[in-house]
Write a protein that binds this ligand. Structure first.
Ligand SMILES: [Mg+2]
Length: 219
């Protein structure tokens, strides 16, 4: 776990969803794969052509020293409006087919939510975020869920983080953003004045109550 700029007394946490609140490499690959397939169909080209184009766009960003970005933002650069990305995701991604209840996650989030409000910021649409949280059995812990369709801007755009701060009614400096991608989940939050925690395994999420020195509640 890497951390940046942690407030001495955080008053709220903002979580990423995919590959943060669950670990499921096959589902992560499925989500990317099915969206790239849909993009290829829209462009009327072979999947390999679209894959090569996206790889070239990411390489070009690296060459220019730009941070990595989301598939939604790359698609936007190719002329696919965010509303279309939202519709494709709602049509193609069904979290309940992949995710199930996670008792250890529930235990950790119970402890965290007993101390401060929890928010979720995801590049998936809000409906997919809600069904993912339902499938994991942790929906009740989140007082604010911000999906791609709430701002029309995809992380690393700062807009969804700023909206979460407003919805939680807490200033950015009182918040910590927690996610698995530094460029997408952490950097834009730091730019707004939040703290950041980069996690690399679900085990690190289970350990957050002790990492943040919080009492464990088992209710
Ligand atoms: Mg993620």
């Amino acid at each position: 776990m890497r951390s940046w700029n942690l407030p001495s007394r955080p008053r709220g946490l903002i979580f990423d969803l995919d590959s943060t609140l669950y670990e499921h490499p096959a589902y992560a690959r499925f989500q990317t794969g099915v969206l790239v397939e849909r993009l290829a169909a829209e462009r009327g080209e072979a999947l390999e052509v679209t894959q090569a184009l996206l790889a070239k766009m990411r390489e070009e960003r690296r060459r220019l020293g730009e941070a990595d970005t989301s598939l939604g933002n790359l698609s936007l650069a190719l002329g696919v409006p965010i509303e279309t990305s939202v519709a494709w995701r709602e049509e193609l991604i069904h979290p309940e087919e992949w995710l199930g209840p996670d008792a250890r996650l529930d235990e950790a989030l119970t402890a965290l939510a007993g101390n401060f409000p929890l928010g979720l910021v995801t590049n998936n649409p809000r409906s997919i975020a809600l069904s993912s949280l339902e499938a994991l059995g942790v929906r009740r812990h989140f007082s604010c869920v911000i999906g791609l369709d709430d701002t029309g801007h995809s992380k690393p755009d700062p807009a969804p983080f700023a909206l979460a701060s407003r919805r939680l009614n807490l200033p950015p400096a009182a918040l910590i953003s927690i996610g698995d991608r530094e460029d997408v989940d952490i950097r834009p939050a730091l730019a707004l004045g939040m703290g950041g925690l980069l996690i690399s395994t679900i085990g690190e999420v289970y350990e957050l109550p002790s990492f943040l020195s919080l009492p464990i509640s088992r209710t």
